[in-house]
Design a protein around this ligand. Structure first.
Ligand SMILES: C[S@@+](CC[C@H](N)C(=O)[O-])C[C@H]1O[C@@H](n2cnc3c(N)ncnc32)[C@H](O)[C@@H]1O
Length: 274
């Protein structure tokens, strides 16, 4: 007998004023209700006991057709259930989910997310070189790996990314930053004191990004950027050399942590608009 039935029976025994017949019919009603509720509980248990696959190497390979697939669907699931559609015992599900999904779906828009330790170091450099600046512009923010570390240090953050799904995750995790969907090539209204970015670094787009960055910093403004190692020494193409000539390198630090899905060498560079 389960707890609910026990309580029902106890309640019924307490009906001292009822005559035997009344008691019997009362008992029957209570038993009926108990059985119905019990069935509902059993159904719910059956639903929630559906096996969840582990995120690593398993979920995106084995998920059932109705299971969330896209980042948007996973965020919606998390919002609705307060839980993830897969088993996960790590401490950074947005990062791990993107990396795991990329194994099967490929990497688009240079979405090589910043590992936690690198993001932390970049945020610390923003603090060290940012002077009194309180607001940081996280350009090409992705899921907010760098935003997360900036917020820990007490910065206010504004952010954008070209990918609506990345922005959706960012806004779900860090709603106060009001991240927006934008291509940096369409943003020409900024004169920022402090910009931080792990930007897309495919050959042509990286050149465009450095050009955009140079034009988007206020005079004396500073930027903390993750770049392929040696990138700031390049003298070709001309457009890149021209942009770099307007920037002063204040600090360089080699990154030793490995990135998922890319084997390049990177460095964190602090730049000042001169
Ligand atoms: C290397 S990832 C870094 C993401 C994030 N900042 C991080 O640190 O994890 C580069 C990001 O740039 C975004 N991106 C690519 N091209 C872009 C563009 N033209 N304008 C804005 N964002 C862009 C991608 O969607 C991706 O999120």
């Amino acid at each position: 007998m389960n707890r609910r039935q026990e309580e029902s029976n106890r309640a019924c025994t307490n009906c001292r004023s009822a005559n035997r017949r009344q008691t019997e019919s009362h008992q029957a009603r209570l038993n009926g209700r108990g059985a119905k509720e019990e069935n509902e509980v059993k159904e719910e248990n059956k639903r929630s006991a559906v096996k969840k696959f582990a995120l690593n190497n398993s979920y995106f390979k084995n998920r059932r057709p109705d299971d969330p697939e896209t980042l948007s669907e996973i965020v919606a699931y998390h919002q609705q259930h307060g839980d993830l559609p897969f088993r996960y015992d790590g401490d950074n599900w947005p990062y791990d989910t993107v990396c795991e999904r990329q194994k099967r779906r490929g990497v688009y828009h240079c979405q090589f997310l910043t590992p936690d330790a690198v993001a932390e170091r970049m945020a610390q450099l923003a603090k060290r070189y940012g002077g009194d600046t309180e607001v940081v512009f996280d350009a090409c923010c992705g899921t907010g790996q760098i935003t997360k570390e900036l917020l820990k240090l007490g910065f206010e953050v504004t952010a954008f990314d070209i990918d609506p799904e990345m922005v959706q995750v960012h806004n779900y995790l860090y709603p106060n930053c009001c991240a927006r969907v934008a291509d940096f090539r369409d943003i020409d209204d900024v004169q920022r004191s402090l910009i931080i970015s792990n930007p897309p670094f495919d050959r042509t787009i990286a050149v465009e990004f450095i050009g955009w960055l140079t034009g988007s910093l206020a005079p004396d403004g500073r930027a903390v950027v993750l770049l392929p190692e040696g990138y700031v020494n390049k003298d070709k193409p001309k457009a890149l050399a021209e942009s770099l000539s307007r920037l002063k390198v204040l600090h360089r630090a080699r990154v030793t942590e490995k990135f998922v899905h890319t084997g390049g060498n990177f460095e964190i560079v602090v730049l000042e608009r001169q």
